[in-house]
Each structure stands twice: as structure tokens, then as C-alpha cells.
Design a protein around this ligand. Structure first.
Ligand code: FES
Length: 107
């Protein structure tokens, strides 16, 4: 099963196995990873699933998938070039080992 590592702003790490097809947000909320609330359920309406994709994974998961995601990301104060809304990242075997970091203030 594909694996995700979430790294909190304070450096604490959370390792989660996620079935293919599960979003990175769903994997976090169902495994009690703090700081990813997913308030809108993946409807691109809340921004509470904001993460920074580790540079090693930028090519595979670092680019927003839609204009709607880009627009929502640009509304966030702590937007960076490697920002994603992780409700929009669907896990697959190709993303096994994905590393994402949480922004300051999300905990
Ligand atoms: Fe609301 Fe991702 S869960 S934007």
C-alpha cells in the first residue's frame, strides 16, 4: 500500500499507509494527522488541507491539478511554489513514499 510521510512544522513526523485512490487529505484525517482538517471534504473551498510537497516529489505531485486549486492556493497567506491542496492529490503506487510538510500555523 502506498505510504505518505507528513512532517509537521515542529518537525514531528506522521507515517500513514493509504490505499491507491485515497486523497492525501483523506489519509491524514482518517489517521488523525494533526493540522489537516479537510473541512470542505475536498471541494476546494476551505484551504485547510494545505501542504508543501517535498522537493524530491515536486515532479510527481508538486503542481496544482486544476485552475480552481491554483486560485484557492493563491488566497492562502503562506502560499509557496510547492503548495498543494492535498485533497487534490490522489495516492497511487507512483506516489509511494510521498513526503509533504505542513505550513506554520496548521497543527
Ligand atoms: Fe477543503 Fe481541500 S479539503 S480545500
Amino acid at each position: 500500500m502506498p505510504h505518505i510521510k507528513y512532517i509537521a512544522h515542529d518537525g514531528k513526523e506522521y507515517d500513514v499507509d493509504a490505499a491507491a485512490g485515497t486523497s492525501v487529505m483523506e489519509a491524514a484525517t482518517s489517521n488523525n494527522v494533526p493540522g489537516i482538517d479537510g473541512d470542505c471534504g475536498g471541494a476546494l473551498a476551505c484551504g485547510t488541507c494545505h501542504v508543501y510537497v517535498d522537493p524530491a516529489w515536486a515532479a510527481k505531485a508538486g503542481t496544482p491539478g486544476t485552475d480552481a486549486e491554483k486560485e484557492m492556493l493563491h488566497l492562502l497567506d503562506n502560499y509557496e511554489d510547492n503548495s498543494r491542496l492535498c485533497c487534490q492529490i490522489s495516492m497511487s503506487d507512483a506516489l509511494d513514499g510521498l513526503v509533504v510538510r505542513l505550513p506554520k500555523g496548521q497543527h
